[in-house]
Ligand binder design. Structure first.
Ligand code: FES
Ligand code: FES
Length: 154
């Protein structure tokens, strides 16, 4: 049994410690907002926060995060940066098919937490590990800027 804290709630999951966190989130906890893309750390679709830092959940053994605060797309809206990102995403209609967008939002929120006024270069570098097959990158960049301004003014 592994004890976890997910979106502020403590849970115990009956899994082996080497199970990827992504499997636990989706298949054991039933939270399907976090997506499986490549499974090898290359696309960013599975990004969650572990103690506020973006992490590829497909590559993270669940035993590694037993003592950490895990935040998923289902919980990020409760944070100032996450709410600002979600509002900007909606306002600028960033989403196309949507599959990559949970991971994009999680990474964007982490960027704003780390860099309150990100430049285009900061954004492009910070988001570079999150792949979007629909090519929404221009809207993502604008939305990160808008979200950073909104988060800073609150
Ligand atoms: S599914 Fe984890 S990086 Fe692609
Ligand atoms: S919105 Fe379709 S893959 Fe990014």
């Amino acid at each position: 049994m592994i004890n976890l804290t997910v979106n502020g709630t403590k849970v115990s999951v009956p899994v082996e410690g080497d199970m990827p966190l992504l499997w636990v989130i989706r298949d054991v906890l039933g939270m399907t907002g976090t997506k499986f893309g490549c499974g090898i750390g290359q696309c960013g679709a599975c990004t969650v926060h572990v103690d506020g830092e973006p992490r590829r959940s497909c590559l993270t053994p669940v035993s590694n995060v037993a003592d950490s605060a895990i935040t998923t797309i289902e919980g990020i809206g409760a944070t100032k940066s996450g709410k600002a990102v979600q509002d900007a995403w909606l306002g600028l209609e960033v989403v196309q098919c949507g599959y990559c967008q949970s991971g994009q939002i999680m990474t964007a929120a982490a960027i704003i937490d780390m860099i309150p006024e990100p430049t285009d270069t900061d954004i492009d570098q910070g988001m570079s590990g999150n792949i979007c097959r629909c090519g929404t990158y221009v809207r993502i960049r604008e939305a990160v800027k808008q979200a950073a301004k909104a988060a800073a003014s609150k």
